[in-house]
Design a protein around this ligand. Structure first.
Ligand code: CUA
Length: 360
């Protein structure tokens, strides 16, 4: 036994006898690999604190997906490290060198073939079992006490309807913390995909075929949502925000949003109201005014547009300056925008801005 071991050690010693030059080269490569790994780690760590990340789950849905992802990540990490280590070791040990026996070609080794067939089967089964569990968990019926919402994808913005609360809003989804939310997904035109990286995985919004998803948010906060299926020119600008708030905050929001719009105050806003209820009414609804909603081309409900933090599918913060820029040239802000350039005078724009900002 000892003699065998000594033989192996002598063989290894012979294999690993390197010139000083190759040792230096190996050390340099090691340093480079470690430095690259460190840079990747910094990027990975940085992305974990970014708002549009899947590494920092904040709901039951994304937590299940993240846990599953970690299993896959660790298993594939073992495979990668194992394969690379063996490849490097074998290419060092069996490299061509003076006095080494020449390489031989041979066919068939049942034991090896069984081993390298069984290992992948075990790995695939180890991934499949938790995958099916997560699918059953996340794709099942929503809990009975879920808040029901209908989300509709439009080129290029999101509409949110709360049927029981009788309210409609755009690009800003408010939900209470700790309560399951059940969302029916529809599309008004092409295929979109609904995705809130920290709260729920991607589900397609398909015209003529309604999909569903549900999740329970864990923590109050503002989360980023994004269309995740290429849907035309402004796909990348099709964003939304999810505001997860306390039950009291959510109730107050609902109470305000279900109110009709108040009449304009002040001469500038009153002039703006006239433009809004005539020109804008072709596509937009302002509840409590005479706006007609029976048009096929429809833009976001503007009843409480002033209360929203962003405009133009979250491409801009909602303030007077941005709103004026948007009204002057919508496709300039959001390329391909269905809202055309309306050739409004600067005076009309400031009147409209004054009115829209009153719609709190
Ligand atoms: Cu909608 Cu991409």
């Amino acid at each position: 036994m000892t003699r065998e071991l000594l033989k192996v050690l002598a063989f290894l010693e012979e294999c690993l006898r390197f010139s000083p030059r190759s040792i230096v080269l190996t050390l340099i490569s090691l340093v480079v690999v470690l430095a690259l790994t460190w840079v990747l780690w910094i990027i990975f760590e940085g992305s974990a604190s970014h708002l549009q990340t899947t590494f920092n789950p904040k709901s039951d849905n994304t937590e299940s997906i993240h846990d599953l992802y970690m299993i896959v990540w660790v298993l594939s990490g073992f495979v990668m490290v194992g394969v690379l280590t063996l490849t490097m070791a074998f290419s060092l040990i069996f490299r061509e060198r003076p006095g080494a026996p020449p390489a031989q070609q041979f066919h068939g080794n049942s034991r090896l073939e069984i081993i390298w067939t069984l290992i992948p089967i075990v790995i695939v089964v180890a991934i499949a079992i938790p995958s099916f569990q997560v699918i059953l968990e996340t794709e099942g019926d929503p809990p009975a006490n879920s808040l029901e919402i209908v989300a509709t994808g439009h080129q290029w913005w999101f509409e949110f309807e709360y049927p029981k609360e009788n309210l409609i809003t755009a690009n800003e989804l408010h939900i209470p913390v700790g309560q399951p939310v059940s969302i029916e997904l529809r599309s008004d035109d092409v295929i979109h995909s609904f995705w809130i990286p920290q709260l729920v995985g991607k589900v397609d919004m398909v015209p003529g075929h309604n999909n569903h998803l549900w999740f329970t948010p864990y923590e109050p906060g503002e989360y980023y949502g994004q269309c995740a299926e290429y849907c035309g020119t402004s796909h990348a600008n099709m964003r939304f925000r999810v505001i997860v708030e306390t039950q009291e905050g959510y109730d107050a929001w609902v109470a305000n949003q279900t109110n009709d719009a108040l009449p304009a105050v002040g001469t500038e806003a009153q002039a703006g109201e006239k433009i809004a209820t005539t020109l804008c009414a072709a596509c937009h609804m302002i509840r409590g005014t005479s706006t007609n909603t029976a048009f096929a081309i429809k833009g976001p409900d503007l009843t409480h547009v002033g209360s929203r933090n962003h405009i133009a599918a979250v491409t801009m913060e909602n303030n007077s300056e941005n709103l004026a820029q948007w009204l002057k040239n919508p496709p300039g802000v959001k390329p391909g925008s269905r809202m055309p350039v309306l050739a409004l005078s600067d005076e009309q724009i400031s009147q409209l801005v004054a009115y829209l900002q009153e719609l709190q």
